[in-house]
Design a protein around this ligand. Sequence first.
Ligand code: GLN
Length: 512
Amino acid sequence: MTPFADARKALQNGETDCERLVSSFFARIRAQNDRLNAFVSVDEEDALEQARRLDRLTGAGPELPLKGMVMGVKDVICMKGRPVTCSSRMLEHFESLYDATAVERLRAAGAIFVGKTNCDEFAMGSSNETSYFGPVRNPANPDYVPGGSSGGSAAAVAAGMCHTALGTDTGGSIRQPAAHCGVVGLKPTYGRVSRYGLVAFASSFDCMGPIGQCVEDCALLLNHMAGQDERDSTSAPVDVPDYTQSLTGDIRGMRIGLPKEYFADGLDAGIRGMIEECVRGLEREGAVVQDVSLPRTEYGIATYYILTTAEASSNLARYDGIRYGRRASLDELLETMQNEREELELAMETASGADAEALKERLDGDPMLHRFYMASRTEGFGDEVKRRIMLGAYVLSSGYYEAYYAKGQRVRTLIRNDFDTVFKEVDALIAPAVPTPPFRIGSKTDDPMAMYLSDIYTVTANLAGIPGLVVPLGLHPEAPHLPVGMQILGPHFGEETILRIGSAAERLRGRA
Ligand code: GLN
């Protein structure tokens, strides 16, 4: 029985009620959050109120299929009247004015929201170490990263601080932490779930999706989150099936491809071994497994970091310190500028020729507004976000646009074509989600390139817009108690296929 199915049964039998359920989760949050830092804000009173409201409604019948589902929400997703910080100093005191569409739909189906989960700042990162509120720790071993950027959501689910949580995935941020924390994470097809109310990082990549302890809970959540939304013009007008119906475990005749580029050098041997063992199990269940090739995989990271930083530099331009977000102190700025002016004037007195020209230019330049934007953004954003904004502005600049951004767009199409071709031969692909088990907190923070490279197996799905599911396989044979996950990729709107394979893998593990 899954954790939510258990709760649901207890609710139906009258053994418990939503209020008691919420209280028991808060006991766990209180016991663990100081150590794990998974939630950046919780609101117990509000959660109890949501629970009492549900308890007053009679029955847990089909009209409220998620009644009693206790959830965390990544802090880049809006919930009315609640903080939405994006784990950034920039939005430290910002409150959302409305519910994201997915939140609104889940709430209507009976879900209860306990709080907002920690993440990398503006969802930029692979280890949950770029949060303004400090790193999240892996519940399996707190010296290790939980993966990012939805690390708080994955850690909260793994530690039993909520039944399920929402994450977002722009280049792997649901799948990576799911793999590192030993839980299930689903990145839906681009457009399957509305992005309304999701703070934009790279709009043509961003996807919202569920993280849970089992495939069934993720399928159930997708049932209620998915579907077209008139408030997001990129949400797809595609019918939403009942995803739980595909969890039959029957995979006879299904064609599964193993992309050779995903099992090449650089993949940890322990992870490879565990995936191969699971694949053998799936073969015994009747799946037909074959090797396939996605030849442009090697260009994934470069293409992803060119295109997403370009989109990020444009999306994050809205944080100017004026309309909302962190605002630099005007008094301090005026004082600094006054001091600078005095120094420049002093220097002018003795300068001549080109030096004097340059000084005059500086005196005349630096309009106040410009300095104010700069000061607010300097204070509000952390290093990784600044790095991305600079990189993005660079690849979009007139001299380099063709060489980087336009070329990146073309390579994106080629990567997508690779997947289209391979999905003519197979129904789904199996691959690792991450090249290594979780690493020690702090071990990669000084090396952004090494950090970016850990995204190698996940960014391609976002470049192509296809869905990906991560299921846990157990603990790594050598790394100390660290979980290993396996990724299943499917064609556009192939969520049913990958959920079916995921549930078959889950059953195999249950039997092992
Ligand atoms: N690790 C990737 C990045 O830093 C993915 C982030 C994400 O999916 N939000 O861009």
